[in-house]
Design a protein around this ligand. Structure first.
Ligand SMILES: [Zn+2]
Length: 402
């Protein structure tokens, strides 16, 4: 399939005959609707076919009774410029993740860049360059929100102001640089917040030689917007400390694939018990020592749905709408005005589950039949997931007039 360029406009797109529509919204995870209409990359109508204006579409898709959900948002990645990762010396990991349903990625720091500068002017320059580069370059159409500086000792409030003015909206994981003390981190996180820059803190033991331990006292004191990989990346804090973070902080609870899976399951359960499921967001923390996982987000959804026994339609919200709201993104929810980023899924062939949601409760990952970003079809049947039982059909122009 020809990859669409970032500047292409979708025109009018009609997706009809949707069997299951997942909204990404915890308050109403399943929509009573079978049709989505898109205009130039934005959702313009959601509802029953008879209530939508479905005529004159440039692109018409028959979902063939499969499921449509918002494109998945990986809340925690470590890109470097290009679709390459030096961590595993692998090409094409972002495009490959699109085949795993990921349509947006959020950088937690371009830390793997060989020779990464640690001086103030250098780290600022890198952040601005990464933000610009991924604004211009979208592998597989994926929106990579990058340019997340790793804070180092010596940064002043003026530096955060400069970064914000230059278009930087994120901090890399606090704790990966020389700022590791709670009070110092708190000051910089506050400066960042004041200038509209969101922050994430590394939680748990060191990831790779050279990084360090961040325990719950530092996490609570720093008060970053996102408790990054609360389940460790890979090494988790003791369960008591994780519990305390869930209870005492109101910040986002991020669960990642490259973390401690047992703690991820327990933390998801704790968030439900504490009645704060809206705080839970998902990521991969890839590429990492464990590799890049193109299906990492789907695997997290299946893991949490099956082991934590949380309904799969709610777990999809952790990977879409929750992240969009917490990170103030225009995607992640199927509602009018949002970006038309969708993943089309069905139960994998020969899954023991008789429906998509049932197959996830049993621990199977779904098959992807199509991915759309900004209203443009980016792939048909995924090259990475197990084959979906049914896939949507892109109807040729000719048939649309009938
Ligand atoms: Zn980390």
């Amino acid at each position: 399939m020809t990859p669409a360029s970032a500047s292409d406009k979708s025109g009018k797109v009609v997706i009809r005959n949707i069997g299951l529509m997942l909204s990404g919204d915890l308050n109403r995870p399943i929509l009573d609707a079978d049709t989505i209409v898109v205009h130039d990359g934005l959702i313009s109508a959601v509802g029953r076919a008879k209530d939508c204006d479905t005529g004159q579409a440039r692109t018409l898709i028959d979902a063939c009774q499969t499921c449509v959900a918002p494109g998945l948002i990986d809340s925690h990645v470590h890109p470097v410029p290009g679709d390459w990762t030096p961590r595993q010396n692998q090409l094409g990991w972002i495009d490959s993740s699109m085949h795993g349903g990921v349509t947006t990625m959020v950088s937690a720091g371009e830390v793997h860049l060989p020779g990464r500068p640690r001086d103030i002017v250098g780290l600022k320059a890198l952040a601005i360059t990464a933000q610009r580069a991924f604004d211009n370059f979208r592998p597989g159409g994926v929106k990579v929100l990058a340019g997340a500086p790793v804070i180092e000792k010596g940064l002043t409030e003026q530096d955060f102001k400069d970064l914000a003015q230059a278009g930087v909206r994120l901090l890399g994981e606090v704790g990966l640089g020389s700022v590791k003390a709670g009070d110092e981190a708190r000051q910089m996180v506050a400066w960042a917040r004041q200038h509209g820059i969101q922050s994430t803190i590394h939680t748990g033991g060191p990831s790779i030689p050279g990084s360090g331990l961040i325990d719950k006292d530092v996490v609570l004191e720093a008060d970053a917007d996102v408790i990054g990989h609360i389940n460790g990346g890979h090494t988790a804090l003791p369960w008591r400390q994780v519990c305390e973070l869930c209870e005492k902080s109101a910040r986002a609870i991020e669960l990642v694939h490259n973390g401690n899976e047992k703690i991820a399951i327990e933390a998801a359960r704790a968030a439900i018990a504490l009645r704060c499921p809206h705080r839970v967001i998902l990521g991969t923390d890839g590429p990492a020592g464990s590799g890049a996982q193109p299906l990492g987000m789907l695997r997290m959804i299946a893991l949490i749905a099956s082991f934590a026994e949380i309904p799969a339609e709610l777990v999809f919200c952790f990977a879409t709408g929750n992240t969009a709201r917490i990170r103030r993104l225009d995607c992640g929810l199927i509602e009018v005005g949002r970006a038309a980023d969708f993943v089309f899924m069905d139960r994998a062939q020969h899954s023991a589950g008789s429906t998509l949601l049932q197959s996830l409760q049993l621990g199977d990952i779904p098959g992807i039949g199509m991915v759309m970003i900004d209203g443009l079809v980016r792939c048909g049947r995924s090259r990475n997931t197990p084959p979906a039982t049914t896939i949507p059909q892109l109807l040729p122009q000719r048939q649309q007039r009938h």
